[in-house]
Design a binder for this molecule. Structure first.
Ligand code: XMP
Length: 305
């Protein structure tokens, strides 16, 4: 485990030396990794860092507002509303890898435009150790590593947390004084809610997934999962009032893990599961069923696509 205090001093100094009097950009995702990388870089070079947050429309409930608030002290913060562009690129795409690819490409387009506008020489990334391992193993294409560096001709890439595990990043976040909503925030995948939707991504399914994720996160808090969320699987018949409905099936997943490479499904109690079921079906007329995923990783992955 690294010593957070000396790690911060060391990295701030390193970034200062590397970037010199140049400019840098970072893609903020709202997650702890990019937030820590941004806070370190901001400490090092101030407003010569331009943090860019692309709202893909596939983010968690309240994410954009929380980013604006948390990073309001960075005057150079840029928020891009790209929901419509992402949804229109995703229309008709059903293959999981193709979905990731479309999102990755669109993300690069959005970010590239902002990076050029900022006239940045350096790219700061919140890549952590397990991201590099999974990418090397090519288990799934993670859009937060690769792609970006090639799109814009940066002078250099700065990855201050590249050797850390998630729990170490959290320690550094606490030491940096980042708020608990960030330092304790569970990992959220780069492609966002799209990997929690089986098949085509539509606005309707995104809304169901977003609500379900919010409810599951709230209701499982005291079980302290590594990740907990809801995913939209497909449709099944149900009864609402006097009517039969063909509504969405939401899978609830809550797992324990150290680094996401393996995971165990949590043994949630019946009351918690029933509260989750009742809140999700209550707030969404178009949800007919809620099921609980008991599969570990392996053989399943944590996300659905
Ligand atoms: P899986 O689903 O492969 O997920 O078991 C392992 C961990 O990685 C996260 N994940 C991603 N993170 N970009 C990311 O930044 C991605 O494309 C991506 N896919 C999965 C997942 O949430 C879990 O923590």
């Amino acid at each position: 485990m690294v010593d957070p205090e000396s790690f911060i001093d060391e990295k701030v100094e390193e970034i200062r030396e590397e970037v010199g009097d140049g400019k840098a950009v970072i893609a903020l995702s709202g997650g702890v990794d990019s937030s820590v990388a941004a806070a370190l870089a901001y400490e090092a070079i101030g407003d010569r860092l331009v943090p860019v947050y692309v709202d893909t429309g596939l983010m968690r409930k309240g994410e954009t507002e929380s980013i604006r608030e948390t990073f309001s002290y960075m005057h150079s913060l840029t928020v891009v509303d790209a929901e419509e562009r992402f949804l229109s690129e995703l229309a008709g795409v059903t293959d999981p890898e193709e979905k990731r690819h479309v999102i990755g490409e669109q993300f690069i387009r959005e970010f590239e435009r902002e990076a050029r506008e900022a006239d940045a020489d350096y790219l700061v990334q919140g890549t952590i150790y397990p991201d590099r391992i999974e990418s090397e193993g090519n288990i799934k294409s993670h859009h937060n590593v690769g792609g970006l560096p090639e799109a814009v001709d940066f002078e250099g890439i700065v990855e201050p947390v590249r050797d850390l595990y998630k729990d170490e990043v959290r320690e550094v976040a606490r030491e940096l004084g980042l708020e608990a909503v960030i330092s304790e925030r569970m990992p959220f995948p780069g492609p966002g809610l799209a990997v929690r939707i089986v098949g085509e991504v539509t606005k309707e399914k995104v809304e169901v997934a977003r609500d379900a994720c919010h409810v599951v996160e709230e209701e499982t808090k005291e079980h302290d999962p590594w990740q907990a969320f809801g995913a939209v699987l497909g449709k099944a018949t149900g009864v609402k009032g006097d009517n039969r409905v063909h509504g969405w099936v939401v899978a609830v997943r809550s797992v324990e893990s150290r680094d996401g490479m393996t995971a165990r499904a949590q043994e949630l109690d019946w009351d918690t599961l029933q509260r989750i079921q009742s809140r999700i079906t209550g707030m969404n007329d178009n949800v007919s069923r809620v099921v609980y995923d008991v599969t570990h990783k392996p053989p399943a992955t944590i996300e659905y696509e």
